[in-house]
Design a protein around this ligand. Structure first.
Ligand code: G3P
Ligand code: MG
Length: 249
């Protein structure tokens, strides 16, 4: 397993508080803010194109409608994924995974690629994403952290690229987390920082792996989590977290 150097602050969907999430503008904004790593979500269009997108449906973050799984790339590539956020982002496209990787590499950022499959496409999404990422990602850079809430997606990533680190994502606490982290040979434990409790963080620390908490936008909450033993946070406003966690003690 590659040794991991994960920063204390990871830009969530780029820098979601300042630019439309999961777009190239959001990634560039994160880089401008001094963020070292970004997290994005990857899923498949109806015709199997890997895109950077969070929701199951197009409606919230584009001018399109309906499920992503029913829309092909020809349709999604024409959508505006920026205007919903602000007029200055008019025409911002939904990026493909290839475009995202090229941008992240150009900006010299680290990456957490979250496999976010539409229901029923857990294996296929991981296969397509890993196939592309392993082709594009330079060998001389630390590999991306591949995370997912879907255990079968992580299992697929493990089969395809065992040496790339995996992040075990939990929303609610799972009683059998230790067994799953062991089976999936996860490198990090990624938890919901807004619902977790100190005693649960203490339990996760028994695995001696970095613990990353999402989505933390309040300095007080970040400080509390770090005090409990969390190693890093995903944040929509990573500049605020950087100021809090890297310049004050
Ligand atoms: O990977 C951390 C976080 O992004 C997980 O939740 O829903 O924002 O993708 P979500
Ligand atoms: Mg995510």
């Amino acid at each position: 397993m590659t040794s991991l150097l994960i920063p204390k602050v990871i830009g969530h969907r780029g820098a979601k508080a300042y630019a439309p999430e999961n777009t190239l503008s959001s990634i560039r904004t994160a880089a401008d803010l001094g963020v070292e790593w970004v997290e994005v979500d990857v899923k498949l269009t109806k015709d199997g194109v890997a895109i950077i997108f969070h929701d199951d449906d197009l409606d919230r973050t584009t001018n399109g409608h309906g499920p992503v799984k029913d829309a092909d790339w020809a349709t999604i590539s024409e959508l505006d994924a920026g205007s919903w956020y602000g007029d200055s982002f008019f025409g911002e496209p939904v990026p493909t995974l290839e475009q995202l990787l090229d941008t992240v590499i150009d900006l010299n950022l680290g990456l957490n690629l979250e496999i976010k499959p539409c229901a029923g496409r857990e294996v296929e999404t991981a296969e397509v994403a890993l196939d592309i990422a392993t082709r594009i990602w330079p060998d001389d850079r630390p590999p991306p952290l591949i995370s997912s809430f879907q255990h079968v997606s992580l299992e697929t990533a493990m089969d395809m690229m065992p040496e790339w680190p995996r992040g075990f994502l939990m929303d609610e606490h799972l009683e059998n987390w230790q067994e799953l982290v062991g089976y999936l040979q996860a490198a990090t434990i990624n938890i919901n920082g807004n619902t977790t409790k100190e005693e649960l963080v203490e339990e996760y620390m028994e695995a001696h792996k970095p613990i990353l908490a999402y989505t933390i936008n309040q300095p007080d909450k970040a400080r509390e989590l770090i005090r409990w033993g969390v190693d890093g946070v995903f944040s929509d406003n990573p500049d605020v977290m950087l100021e809090e966690l890297t310049t004050k003690h």
